[in-house]
Design a protein around this ligand. Structure first.
Ligand code: NAD
Length: 439
């Protein structure tokens, strides 16, 4: 393929050299003359292990050139890969001015340059950009190609390489993701990266844009999580390196997809209690744990969000389907659903609660005593069947995952359904008034 790489920094140079090494005909373009001069002199303009040698090889065989002329780089190009910077503004926003300028340069160049052999050009954004950028910035700018007879499309294809291991990461990406609704652009990107031998995930544009932020936020959180614990553990005479080394051996709960599904707040008899205990230890040790304090605050915000949505609706009668903190347990200690029920009752809603594990017909022993002593006000609201809770309700707040709840919802859905964890599958998602807590 004939490829134009716009922006020859870390991402652009690695991408250009690796694509050129795999048989693509690549021309890089940069507004920085020094970078172009470096590549023309068979040197990498950025320091990355192995990149100097790779650039020298691909320049020598004629698969990589560089220029400051966008028209020259875009001549007959099937695809342009936009790799310009997206730095922070002083207020923390993403500065999209380089993206705007690069896309406008591409449009201007495509109007002047010799057209691609197939009569179609794909603009692929590899820079990290906020969700909505392709729809709101890139595609409107590309509409400047209307009337040229050139067919065009755009996609987001996030780059996952890390500086210091850029070339190695390029060849072993954790994921290849293309965000576009344009099947032809998806096919171009799939074919461009076919030599990597990896599956290509074709997704919605905003999913691809958001993914890179999710990844980087998670990586940053991992570092601060570990360092925050290490600060406290050191004060407590604990070897944090040994703790974290063992921690990482747990690939069932710790280093795994567990707990990474969007849904409702955490609760139960362990997580809130043990987090509070850590925060208390930190206070006693004279240190702060802002990340873990924030975790508690973030958890409360999830509950607040549901309350706010119910309050903002015209609902009067609320069916709460699920009361324990997760399905298949009858443990009500620190269940966020209990918090939800108490606050809705406090705000004057008529709340009916169904939970197949906390059914008044079956409650015995300690759980009966727990309800009777700690939650008598909620015990009175428990009903025997999901249909009893739904009868006359305006809104259902759903965390239960049992088939009886699904059947009752499909038989008589209320006007509004707020799904807290998506356990009932896609069947309820097509009901009018359905909304997920985070989707
Ligand atoms: N650096 C990384 O490890 C990394 C990894 C993944 C994704 N990203 C993302 O990729 C993007 C690029 O990052 P980078 O570190 O390679 O940036 P960089 O600053 O090293 O390089 C950007 C290059 O774009 C050039 N440029 C700016 N406007 C231009 C234009 N109109 N035409 C041509 N060239 C232009 C600049 O001169 C510069 O050489 C950013 O959005 C970044 O968030 C970076």
């Amino acid at each position: 393929m004939k490829v134009a790489v716009v922006g020859l920094g870390y991402v652009g140079t690695v991408t250009a050299a690796c694509l050129a090494a795999n048989g693509h005909e690549v021309c890089g373009v940069d507004v920085d003359v020094a970078k172009v001069r470096d590549i023309s002199a068979s040197r990498s303009p950025v320091a990355e292990p192995g990149l100097d040698a790779l650039v020298a090889d691909v320049v020598a065989v004629g698969n990589l050139r560089a220029t400051t002329s966008c028209v020259e780089a875009l001549a007959q190009a099937d695809v342009s890969l936009v790799c310009v910077g997206t730095p922070s503004t002083g207020r923390g926003a993403t500065d999209l001015s380089y993206i705007r300028r690069a896309v406008s340069d591409i449009v201007g160049a495509l109007r002047l340059a010799a057209p691609p052999a197939g009569g179609r050009h794909s603009v692929v954004i590899r820079s990290t950009v906020p969700p909505g950028t392709i729809d709101d910035v890139v595609l409107p700018a590309l509409s400047g190609l209307e009337g040229t007879g050139l067919r065009y499309g755009a996609a987001m294809c996030p780059e996952f390489l890390r500086e210091g291991s850029g070339v190695a990461d390029f060849y072993r990406p954790p994921l290849i993701v293309v965000g576009t609704t344009d099947g032809q652009v998806a096919a171009v990107v799939t074919s461009l990266f076919a030599f990597l031998g990896r599956a290509v995930h074709v997704v919605d544009v905003r999913t691809a844009e958001a993914l890179k932020y999710a990844c980087n936020a998670f990586h940053a959180t991992k570092v601060s999580f570990t360092n925050e614990l290490a600060r406290l553990f050191r004060l407590l005479g604990v070897d944090s390196r040994e703790v974290m080394s063992l921690f990482c051996e747990d690939t069932a709960l710790n280093i795994s997809p567990t707990y990474l599904r969007p849904g409702f707040a955490f609760g139960g008899s362990c997580l809130p209690k043990d987090l509070r205990s850590l925060l208390h230890l930190a206070r006693l040790s004279g240190t702060d744990m802002p990340l873990l304090s924030g975790v508690m605050a973030a958890n409360e915000m999830v509950v607040n969000e549901v309350i706010d949505r119910v309050v903002a609706s015209d609902a009067r009668v609320v069916a709460l389907l699920g009361l324990s903190f997760k399905s298949d347990t009858d443990d009500l200690r620190e269940s966020p659903n209990v918090e939800l029920a108490e606050r809705l009752v406090g705000k004057g809603f008529d709340v009916r609660i169904y939970d197949h594990m906390v059914n008044p017909a079956h409650l015995v022993g300690a759980n009966r005593r727990y309800i009777d002593s700690k939650l008598p006000h909620l015990g009175r609201l428990l009903v025997h069947e999901p249909a009893d809770a739904l009868s006359g309700s305006d809104v259902a707040v759903i965390s239960a995952g049992d088939p009886a709840v699904l059947g009752a919802l499909l038989a008589s859905p209320p006007a509004r359904l707020i799904d807290l964890n998506g356990r009932l599958g896609s069947a309820i998602e097509s009901l009018p008034g359905y909304e997920g807590i985070g989707w």
